[in-house]
Design a protein around this ligand. Sequence first.
Ligand code: NAI
Length: 248
Amino acid sequence: MYDFTDSIILITGSARGIGFAIAKAFATARATVIVLDLNEDAVDQAVKLLIDTGGKAYGYVGNVTDAAGIEKVFGQIVKDHNKIDTLINNAGITRDNLMIRMKEEDWQMVMDINLKGSFICTQKAFKHMMRARQGSIINISSVIGLMGNAGQANYAASKGGLIAFTKSCAKEFASRNVRVNAVAPGFIETEMTASLSDEVRAEYGKAIPLGKMGSPDDVARLCLFLASEDSAYITGQTIAVDGGLTMH
Ligand code: NAI
């Protein structure tokens, strides 16, 4: 079992879904978990759940697209906890539509939250990590960023962009001992995928060699590894957690 005692792990969009599962996994591994999300009530509830199950967690409200707000919140986090050891850029949304019908605002919103939000949070966190000369950044991409998907041109572009962003940051930050990797989840059971019909689920099931959708905990376990010293020689990589859906 991992032991993250004294480590500060900041996860964006962690009030629910995959982000919350990641928060829970780190809390179980004795980390100090920072829950950052849009809504104060949701943040408070997530933090309470983590504390009730024996974890150490603190909540902050922030919108990853708001550069000035994030700078302030990250500054407050460092003031309160002295450092940020790991940043997990998890906040993300979908606004699916076929290209012919996709509205410019749906393109922009997905790019703003999924890609620009990761840029903003990475820049603000790296400022503190470079001084500490250590850190790990994990970007939650998607298999859609590797494969593309009809009806998800905006999402695929944002998640593919996040993979290229990961590689560039890995090269730029390596001399400061800050590693940057991406995780590409496949089809994971969360509120984001809850609306899929049984037919669509059955279709996906057929395409996935392991024959089933993944759980948020499957993604969380990879994040533990990528934040730990066990992955000390791994940077710039994109690792799929997808039951074998994508293979290189
Ligand atoms: P979710 O919709 O259940 O949770 C996303 C969280 O991000 C929410 O708590 C939401 O409030 C927060 N959020 C949204 N916009 C934000 C903003 N501007 N600032 C701060 N927080 C914000 O989504 P889910 O399924 O847990 O996805 C998490 C990540 O995993 C996303 O980046 C998603 O693209 C990615 N992913 C999910 C897959 C799935 O099958 N569910 C598959 C592949 C990737």
